[in-house]
Design a binder for this molecule. Sequence first.
Ligand SMILES: CCCCCCCC/C=C\CCC/C=C/C(=O)SCCNC(=O)CCNC(=O)[C@H](O)C(C)(C)COP(=O)(O)OP(=O)(O)OC[C@H]1O[C@@H](n2cnc3c(N)ncnc32)[C@H](O)[C@@H]1OP(=O)(O)O
Ligand SMILES: Cc1cc2nc3c(=O)[nH]c(=O)nc-3n(C[C@H](O)[C@H](O)[C@H](O)COP(=O)(O)OP(=O)(O)OC[C@H]3O[C@@H](n4cnc5c(N)ncnc54)[C@H](O)[C@@H]3O)c2cc1C
Length: 672
Amino acid sequence: MEGVDILPHERSKTQFDVDAMKIVWAGSRHAFEVSDRMARLVASDPAFQKDNRSRLGRKELFKNTLRKATYAWKRILELRLTEEEAGRLRFFVDEPAFTDLHWGMFVPAIKGQGTEEQQQKWLPLAYKMQIIGCYAQTELGHGSNVQGLETTATFDPDKDEFVIHSPTLTSSKWWPGGLGKVSTHAVVYARLITNGEEHGVHGFIVQLRSLDDHMPLPGITIGDIGMKFGNGAYNTMDNGVLTFDHVRIPRNQMLMRVLQVTSEGKCVQSNVPRQLIYGTMVFVRQTIVADASSALSRAVCIATRYSAVRRQFGSQDGVETQVIDYKTQQNRLFPLLASAYAFRFVGEWLKWLYTDVTQRLQANDFSTLPEAHACTAGLKSLTTTATADAIEECRKLCGGHGYLCASGLPELFAVYVPACTYEGDNVVLLLQVARFLMKTVSQLGSGKKPIGTTAYLGRVQDLMQCRCEVQTVGIIYSINAAEDWLKPSVMLEAFEARSARMCVARAQNLGKFANPEDGFAELSADLVEAAVAHCQLIVVSKFLDKLQQDIPGNGVKQQLQNLCYIYALNLLHKHLGDFLSTGCITPKQASLANDQLRSLYSQVRPNAIALVDAFNYTDHYLGSVLGRYDGNVYPKLYEEAWKDPLNDSVLPDGYNEYIRPLLKQQLHNSRL
Ligand SMILES: CCCCCCCC/C=C\CCC/C=C/C(=O)SCCNC(=O)CCNC(=O)[C@H](O)C(C)(C)COP(=O)(O)OP(=O)(O)OC[C@H]1O[C@@H](n2cnc3c(N)ncnc32)[C@H](O)[C@@H]1OP(=O)(O)O
Ligand SMILES: Cc1cc2nc3c(=O)[nH]c(=O)nc-3n(C[C@H](O)[C@H](O)[C@H](O)COP(=O)(O)OP(=O)(O)OC[C@H]3O[C@@H](n4cnc5c(N)ncnc54)[C@H](O)[C@@H]3O)c2cc1C
């Protein structure tokens, strides 16, 4: 069987209702319908063509992005799309652009940190795109350490204005997307100074460019920071540099939900916590988790379809084996497939958590903010690291052809990998989670019961005390056969115990230091491991929770169960050292877990193609010859090669200048 016959044959083996799975993946029938409509709209419009991106020079590429982004906006208005539809349309256009920062950070910053009055003034302008905004926080010399920003906003009571200034080279704003060439406005983060006193970092709405001729306003120097990793990729974005030379803005352009500055320069703290200044980052981190499942599922879809099409080495009847049938390929690919689903569900849950904390904040209940911060920071870190690694693994899973731009994977990797850095470097964010965990553990003795995602720390403490005498044989008695690993309570217990024990052990080690900050710095690598264990537990537990829901569709739940256990058992295998060294499981139980994992791979194998079809990606969105829905890989790859500009002529440019003289010289020398 060749090419176009393979994937239909694979699909005929499916053991579940793919249409029902599509709805589970999308989150609801409504979400599925919106996504499906927007994906088709984009795919069918030649204006959104994207297959030439990697061949364009920077200027052409950027102009092309401007064209697409403004055309997308025109279509959004013409079709009167809802906010949800517009978001999906931009998603399927699949080209990083200034609009991501305008809608994704500038608008949320004003919503989250602006007063009612400020929102009323600025949001309508932003909603109509009469102003275009970006989020200017990071500086050349300071990114992770927000408290270390140098830009100043000094209040001048005589004029009722703030003076925004960049005192040093290192205080230049550096990186903000959309800043370099497009934004007319920015939310700029700067140290507030009133009456000679410092009041920490706050956000200010600053106009950067004239609304008439787009020229930078007096005192503002602005430009693009230069080419980034990869061809095409994130180079569609104008990440920018910006300096201020005593730029004046009215007092009412400081975002004042957290702290108000009066006309006398007095600071009045409102009843919301200071940390809300970081609120936009919490919001964006939550969306980045949802995006991780999109990027990962896209790579996995390409690698899975291609692994079914690709054959290597013989079988007795002369037909080579589909590479997807090799256990090694399954062992690399299926955990990534499972992770895509796992991240989807934890992303759904995180969205719920974010909505919940936002509603509480509006009612002046700030109690869940630390947990929301820890969860968004930790899950952003966990899912983006795993996704970036997974995209690269998918490229390798596609062998040599994965290295071709036509596979779609090099560009996907180049676009995706900065997610490990932006919106908080992943290690820095895990250290935030570790701080939260250590604080929680330190409060256990005081009788304060941990809640939410840390509730298990209270429970497992009890468990550790009452079963300490049997620790050498593992704390989970009930695993005596491979199938025992398929019990949700067993899996949860193993992950909870591992995380709790790692946290408690780290807390005990911290206690040995006279100065806790010294201890934290010295043990930070260990603390990061505990934070990872905690975040992995959250993902596993939210997947298990998902399975408790009513999931309609023939065989759908069974497939999700298989994926959930593959996700968890693969993690267990990868982090076996943690599980064994903390005495949570025995080597025998670990070996049973591996047996179970292999058995699950066999169950997923006939459904693999349908499980990636359930993502409902159009060929346009996938942007991959290897991942085509019809599996017609080789003829299309062959066709694609001829489109390369090098093949425009038989003889390359430079033949007469270089190749011909070289060959002639060799000929001449050989005749001597
Ligand atoms: C396939 C294509 C995919 C495309 C994907 C498209 C996605 C599009 C989205 C975005 C595009 C990219 C745009 C990128 C934008 C940016 O990068 S913007 C800049 C982001 N910058 C950062 O994230 C900086 C990271 N640093 C920080 O967050 C902080 O400085 C810190 C590390 C948290 C440290 O803060 P601080 O110095 O103040 O330190 P602490 O003393 O540790 O904390 C004080 C207390 O505050 C609590 N805290 C900290 N942060 C928060 C928060 N965000 N919310 C709530 N609370 C917070 C902290 O826990 C301390 O609490 P405690 O005192 O009770 O212990
Ligand atoms: C594509 C892209 C888009 C971006 N868009 C924007 C934007 O729109 N607006 C904006 O304001 N910013 C933006 N940024 C900037 C981004 O937020 C920062 O790059 C990010 O916060 C990391 O900060 P940094 O670059 O200073 O890294 P650094 O903090 O300098 O990190 C360097 C290394 O030091 C380590 N490190 C740092 N601190 C610690 C610590 N305390 N303990 C242990 N290790 C540590 C890190 O793990 C890392 O390995 C963007 C960045 C990129 C790459």
